[in-house]
Design a protein around this ligand. Structure first.
Ligand SMILES: [Zn+2]
Length: 247
C-alpha cells in the first residue's frame, strides 16, 4: 500500500490550489523543475478534471494561474494558453484512476539515464518506489518519427507515453526528462525529488565502482518504512515556500 494511500484527500479546492502552487515552488527549490516542467493534481478522487498552471514558469505560478483541464487535455472556461505538454497529464489521469498527481520535469541528473543502455534503478533507501528491474524509457521516435521536437504535444503521444509508464511510478523520456506519479500531491512531489537524488547517487556510485542496487525486498520494505515518514518532507518543504508570502 502506498504510504500516502490513507491520506485524507482535501476536496477543498482552495486548499488544493494552495498546495499546487506550493508544489511548483517546492519542486523549483529542490532542483526538479526550472523554467520548464509542470506539476498537476486531480481535482478530487475519481474526478475527470485536473488542475495545472497556464503556460508559465513554475516559479511564477500563483493560484490565479491554475486552469481546470479535462481528460482530453482541453481547458475549461479559460482562454489563456495552456502548457503544450498538458497531454502528458491528461492521458495518465485517463489511464490511471488512482493517480492523483503527475510531475513532468527535465530534472538534470535523471536525463542521462534516458539516453544510455544502463538502466535507471534504485540505489538508495529513499527511492524504493522505483522499479528495481528498470525504469521504462519512452522512445518518442517510435511514434513521432526522427524529426520531432521530442515534446508530447497531442493526445496520441500522451497515450503512448502512458502505455510506457503502465502501472509504474516513474518513466523516463529519452533526451527530454521524466514523469512521476503519486496517489497524492505530496507523494508525487516526494517521488520526483528522490528520483533526482537517486539519479545523482547512482551516477556517483558508478564512478566509484559497481553499485550494489536495492533488492526487490529492500525496495518494497524501504518504500513502506521511509514512505511512512515522507509526509515530514512535504511539511518541511511546504513551510519553506510559504515563508515570505509566496502564495
Ligand atoms: Zn518537457
Amino acid at each position: 500500500m502506498s504510504p500516502f494511500e490513507n491520506q485524507k484527500h482535501d476536496s477543498s479546492s482552495g486548499a488544493l490550489m494552495a498546495d499546487l502552487v506550493a508544489a511548483n515552488r517546492i519542486l523549483l527549490r529542490q532542483g526538479v523543475l526550472d523554467a520548464f516542467g509542470h506539476v498537476s493534481v486531480r481535482s478530487a478522487p475519481g474526478a475527470s478534471t485536473f488542475l495545472l498552471s497556464r503556460n508559465l514558469a513554475p516559479g511564477s505560478v500563483t493560484r490565479s494561474d491554475l486552469l481546470l483541464h479535462d481528460l482530453d487535455g482541453a481547458v475549461l472556461d479559460d482562454d489563456r494558453p495552456p502548457y503544450l505538454e498538458r497531454f502528458i497529464h491528461s492521458e495518465i489521469y485517463r489511464r490511471r484512476p488512482h493517480v492523483m498527481s503527475v510531475v513532468h520535469s527535465h530534472s538534470p541528473a535523471v536525463i542521462p539515464f534516458s539516453v544510455v543502455e544502463a538502466p535507471f534503478r534504485p540505489v538508495i533507501h529513499m527511492a524504493g518506489f522505483l522499479d528495481v528491474e528498470r525504469t521504462p524509457v519512452f522512445e518518442i521516435s517510435d511514434f513521432a518519427g526522427d524529426s520531432s521536437d521530442l515534446l508530447v504535444t497531442n493526445r496520441q503521444l500522451g497515450s503512448h507515453l502512458a502505455d510506457v509508464l503502465g502501472e509504474g511510478r516513474v518513466a523516463l523520456m529519452r533526451g527530454h526528462g521524466s514523469i512521476v506519479v503519486g496517489s497524492s500531491l505530496p507523494e508525487a512531489v516526494y517521488r520526483a525529488v528522490y528520483t533526482e537524488v537517486n539519479a545523482r547517487a547512482l551516477f556517483e556510485a558508478s564512478i566509484l565502482g559497481v553499485p550494489r542496487l536495492l533488492s526487490i525486498g529492500e525496495a518494497e520494505s524501504a518504500d513502506q518504512s521511509v514512505g511512512g515518514q515522507a509526509r515530514r518532507a512535504w511539511d518541511v518543504w511546504r513551510a519553506q515556500v510559504s515563508e515570505g508570502g509566496t502564495e
